[in-house]
Design a binder for this molecule. Structure first.
Ligand SMILES: [Zn+2]
Length: 155
């Protein structure tokens, strides 16, 4: 899904992520996730999780949003901001991107801002002072002055 360009702020991205999670195919876990990303060109793309009974075959909302954005803008698509929202059995659940999604986000937006709706329904920044990007490789333009950059191991 894509939303036309316009004045997109984090509240609008959260609203888009919440709309996306309502479309989730989460029949096995009832854990619904929606993601909305803003590309550097100003377009918004959404994704929801799609579970398959063979667990690893399903896809996360974040990577489905990225796939939609690549489809919409091509291989040069870059992520500027990404917001994730989740619900478990109808209640708000805190859910930050998994390791695979973090790696995919870095592939298309090494400098992207990643926010997720926390249990209190506020938006939390994934890259916080405690560092939350521990396992990614390939982060481009790393200046090694940020805490999370120091945790990246390079081959
Ligand atoms: Zn994921």
């Amino acid at each position: 899904m894509a939303t036309p360009a316009g004045a997109i702020d984090d509240a609008a991205l959260l609203q888009a992520a919440e709309a996306a999670l309502r479309q989730a195919y989460a029949k096995y876990s009832d854990f619904r996730v929606g993601a909305a990303l803003l590309t550097s060109s100003g377009r918004v793309f959404h994704g929801c999780n799609v579970e398959i009974i063979s667990f690893p075959v399903g896809r996360c909302a974040e990577r489905n949003a990225i796939a939609a954005a690549v489809l919409g803008e091509g291989p040069t698509m870059r992520i500027a901001r990404l917001v994730v929202a989740a619900e478990f059995r109808g209640g708000i659940a805190a859910c930050s991107p998994c390791g695979a999604c973090r790696q995919a986000i870095v592939e298309f937006g090494a400098d992207a801002t990643v926010l997720y709706r926390d249990a209190g329904a506020a938006l939390s920044d994934l890259i916080d002072p405690t560092g939350s990007w521990p396992l990614m490789v390939g982060r481009r333009r790393c200046d090694r002055t940020k805490p999370y950059c120091r945790r990246v191991r390079r081959p």
